[in-house]
Design a protein around this ligand. Structure first.
Ligand code: GCW
Length: 673
């Protein structure tokens, strides 16, 4: 095998307390027992029990009414009862007497229930007296792969694609193991091709590829996952022979209708399309003077008869900005482009909104579209791929960042509405909502390049299922499922994960300003790399201070896109959260922060601290030698040393830059070049 199974690797646990409850498996599903998803659920459970506990479970099918005969073992039961608290994808696990019972309404629910039980056993947790009812908080729990058909991955840091190679679709054991892996944490939808759709990828929606896609879709369906595709808005021109791709042109509409019809002939459970339009040079409705609603609705109408969804990204901004222009603000663009369209979309359109208004920086405010839009389905888009957060060389556990986004109070409703309330559909009673992550996977042996980056993939799924889980809970679960159960191992890795985001933030760009990375690759420091470029990503540093004035009073006006009291909070330098100070304000180097330090001293201190903390991380990791498998130890050690080099480079470049700009010395007289 040229890859591992991440958190499904299953190590043997000796002396597990509740072995006696798990020795037989009874499946009560009546006539559905050959359903592939139920078979998969049973296989997963028996496989895990064998590997974790060394139990060879025998499996017996029964009619639902006869379950009482069973005196010991696990019962998987599909319920007919519509009134139960279990949702379509949910399940209940109940331990009474000598049995553990997993109840669900669907095969998918049963599968999730099995994975839940496996998770508990894999962590060595007792299941005695267990009585839980789990329903997912978000209906859409999706991965976006930015995989290209030549096998490369845009912003991929874990090898090549395991979906595509040389313009062909790959289908092999890994396809299934991928499905198992992501289903085990509750992911139920995936887009396998890049949102930037070029060349052969434009033809994925044609018979050239639909046969193979059907095979993939079937494998996914066995694990409750729906296949989605990214499409090229100009496909009617590029492959349809039409002169335009104007959404209001009848020929274009008919072309898409026929295209979608064909897709559903091949793939009856096809999920739908994801679209990046009028963004970073990609085609879209603007070419024809049409709105995003015109574009999205045309595609949505084609998908609607089959139950398909049309997911439209809001990452739309002017990427040809003049750096001298102090009024145009990329941060404002998504809101400006979409707020006027609220309520104008078909009900199977979902707008997919990046967590922040810029682009997956280490620190950004929450996109004001959350709290702005009220009559539109929304998906929160986060990036598990660590494009700007260390590229899976530097460790950066992102769950705490995503938790902050989910917990953000938008004040969209009188009684409050957090981002989690909105994307779960609770706030406005919507169904087609949820979360999507740009995937961090590739064909590397460990799937995610850095072994510790798998925590982000695992964590995304768990968080999308239950937004109320804490970062700490998720980290602990993942560690115990991945590493040997030794106190020192668990504690060390837990500490590293939990401080990794703050540490990364310390040694990179300060106080929410973002960027300062090498253009193109986005790895490593380059303070002015984007300063005079056309992408609208500035820090505006001069000899007196730095930061972008985004206030309504004197700046770009971005702060005014929030509901009150958030707008005033950001507008006012005194109440603006300090971690976002430079995102919202131009601040003098001698400005005193709440800590009593000047801004410039804060920059120096955090950069020295950040690099020191990485030094400590490396030492802590090296202390694990012999306690964890050697290959994992060595792989990560190599990356920690690269991270250390990176952190020191950031420290020196940032400190030197601001020392020379400001002329202010470090109070502690440390080396600044
Ligand atoms: O973060 C930027 C990336 C692009 C990406 C784009 C997007 C897929 O640098 O590589 O393109 O975002 O989200 O569309």
């Amino acid at each position: 095998m040229n890859y591992n199974q991440c958190w499904l690797n299953y190590s043997f646990i000796e002396n597990y307390s509740d072995k006696d409850l798990l020795t037989e498996l009874t499946v009560c599903v009546n006539e559905n027992k050959n359903d592939i998803i139920i078979q998969n659920a049973i296989n997963e459970l028996t496989y895990a029990l064998k590997n974790i506990l060394g139990i060879n479970v025998s499996c017996e099918y029964q009619d639902g009414t006869e379950t009482e005969k069973v005196t010991t073992g696990i019962i998987l039961k599909l319920l007919n009862d519509d009134n139960s608290k279990i949702s379509e994808e949910g399940y209940r696990i109940l331990q009474t007497g000598k049995t553990v019972r997993i109840e669900a309404k669907t095969g998918q629910g049963l599968l999730y229930g099995c994975f839940d039980l496996i998770r508990r056993i894999g962590q060595g947790l007792s299941v005695r007296g267990l009585d839980i009812n789990e329903n997912p908080k978000n209906n859409i729990r999706m991965l976006n792969h930015w995989d290209n058909m030549d096998g490369s991955i845009e912003r991929g840091y874990s090898g090549k694609s395991f979906f595509f190679e040389n313009d062909e679709i790959l289908i092999n054991e890994r396809t299934k193991d991928y499905a198992r892996l992501i289903a085990s944490v509750g992911i139920n939808a995936t887009v396998i091709n890049n949102v930037n759709v070029h060349k052969a990828a434009t033809e994925l929606i044609t018979e050239r590829y639909l046969g193979k896609l059907r095979t993939i879709a079937d494998i996914f369906a066995g694990y409750g996952i729906k296949l989605f595709l990214s499409i090229n808005f100009a496909a009617p021109i590029e492959i349809g022979g039409l002169p335009v791709s104007d959404p209001l042109d009848e020929r274009v509409q008919n072309w898409w209708n026929d295209c979608v019809k064909k897709i559903y002939e091949y793939i009856p459970n096809f999920g739908g399309f994801l679209v990046k339009a009028d963004s970073e040079g990609r085609p879209g409705p603007f070419t024809y003077g049409r709105t995003h609603a015109d574009g999205a609705n045309m595609l949505a109408r084609a998908l609607k008869p089959y139950g398909g969804l049309l997911i439209w990204r809001c990452f739309v901004y002017n990427c040809m900005q003049d750096w001298r222009d102090y009024k145009t603000d990329r941060a404002k663009a998504a809101y400006d482009n979409f707020i006027g369209l609220d309520g104008k979309f078909e009900d199977n359109v979902v707008l997919q909104i990046k967590n922040g208004p810029m682009d997956f920086q280490v620190r950004e405010p929450v996109s004001p579209l959350f709290g702005g839009l009220k009559n539109t389905n929304m998906i929160l888009e986060v990036q598990a791929a660590q494009e700007y957060t260390g590229q899976q060389i530097d460790v950066c556990y992102l769950i705490p960042m995503w938790k902050e986004v989910l917990n953000f109070e938008t004040y969209a409703k009188e009684d409050g509405a957090t981002v989690a309330d909105i994307v779960s559909g609770r706030a406005y009673n919507q169904i087609n909502c949820g979360m999507a992550a740009v995937s961090n996977t590739g064909n590397d042996f460990n799937w995610t390049g850095h072994d510790l980056a798998a925590a982000n993939l695992y964590g995304f799924g768990r968080l999308a299922w239950n937004t109320e889980l804490t970062s700490e809970q998720i980290a602990l679960e993942w560690i115990k499922l991945t590493f040997p159960h030794k106190d020192k191992v668990i504690k060390t890795i837990f500490d590293i994960l939990m401080k990794s985001w703050p540490v990364y933030e310390k040694y990179t760009s300060p106080l929410g300003i973002g960027w300062m990375v090498n253009p193109g690759s986005h790895y490593g420091p380059n303070v002015d790399g984007y300063e005079y470029d056309r992408w609208g990503t500035y820090h505006r540093a001069d000899r007196n201070g730095l930061g972008v004035d985004r206030t309504v009073r004197s700046g770009t006006g971005y702060a005014g896109q929030y509901n009150e009291p958030n707008a005033s909070m950001y507008e006012n330098i005194e109440t603006c959260p300090e971690e976002l100070l430079l995102f919202f304000h131009y601040v003098r180097y001698d400005y005193k922060l709440k800590s009593g330090k000047t801004l410039i001293q804060h920059i120096y201190d955090t950069h020295f601290e950040g690099a020191e903390e990485v030094e400590k991380m490396v030492r802590d990791w090296e202390d694990l030698k012999g306690l964890i498998p050697d290959d994992v130890y060595m792989r990560c050690r190599e990356r920690f040393y690269k991270q250390l080099e990176n952190a020191r480079e950031w420290r020196d470049r940032i400190n030197t830059y601001f020392y020379r700009k400001s002329g202010v010395k470090d109070e502690k007289n440390r080396t600044i070049y």
